[in-house]
Design a protein around this ligand. Structure first.
Ligand SMILES: C[S@@+](CC[C@H](N)C(=O)[O-])C[C@H]1O[C@@H](n2cnc3c(N)ncnc32)[C@H](O)[C@@H]1O
Length: 218
């Protein structure tokens, strides 16, 4: 039985999602492949071809993919989800310095923001542009898988996953599922005088479908 919430790594969620929603042998793309941690041997055995790209490794921008319209069976999106990656040039990167372990796993900070936007506005804009590009390249019935995390930025609560679900619906995607990934460890934090919000120790996989294809039978 596949459940919606679990502790641990990302790769088992991708396998669950593929088994539930992506017919065996389907080919598609992971547009933020990074170190490829989403992909275990069982997932790779389930699909056809995996087209793996990332801005950092091959210069492929998730907002301008080199694929024809309606050509992909699935699309995986996991861009930087923390506002600190999109600081203005004059600000220090702090804990997200390019040599940090975090930065090496999640991409170098994008100094100068994204399309004139900074911090959380830039995070959301990149997700939304990525979803619009997913809509273009996915074929009818194609499955879109987005990894995201909510964040508090500048003392404001941003439920990023809600914004993404709403944007996907506005594009025409059908929402298929939502998975909650719970961290194994408790995120450490600096000593603070007064806690303003609950510290987040979970993230999400969202699953959408571009309508039009054949439904899988149960
Ligand atoms: C959260 S990490 C992805 C981690 C990946 N899923 C893995 O398993 O390693 C975010 C990735 O997005 C990439 N990235 C950032 N902006 C991008 C863009 N405009 N187009 C494509 N990739 C981008 C970064 O290089 C980084 O590898």
């Amino acid at each position: 039985m596949i459940y919606t919430a679990r502790k641990g790594a990302n790769a088992p969620f991708i396998l669950d999602i593929l088994r539930l929603y992506v017919p065996p042998g389907t080919s598609g793309c992971d547009v933020t492949f990074g170190k490829g941690t989403f992909w275990c041997p069982d997932s790779l055995a389930h699909i056809g071809e995996l087209r793996a790209t990332d801005l950092a490794s091959d210069g492929t921008d998730l907002t301008m993919l080199p694929y024809a319209d309606n050509s992909q069976g699935f699309h995986v999106l996991d861009p930087p989800y923390i506002c600190g990656f999109f600081r203005p040039h004059h600000e220090k990167t702090g804990g997200l310095a390019s040599h940090s372990d975090f930065a090496s796993r999640y991409g170098k900070a994008r100094r100068g923001g994204y399309k004139g936007l900074f911090y959380h506005a830039a995070v959301e804009a990149l997700y939304l542009d990525g979803l619009a590009e997913a809509w273009r390249v996915l074929g009818p019935g194609g499955v879109q898988i987005t990894k995201c995390m909510d964040e508090v930025s500048n003392h404001r609560q941003h439920l990023t996953h809600v914004a993404i679900v709403n944007a996907a619906a506005a594009l025409g995607f059908e929402t298929l599922d939502l998975f909650v990934v719970i961290r194994n460890d408790m995120p450490h934090t600096r000593r603070i005088k007064r806690q303003e919000h609950a510290r987040k120790n979970h993230s999400y996989f969202l699953v959408f479908r571009k309508p039009g294809g054949k439904r899988r039978s149960a």
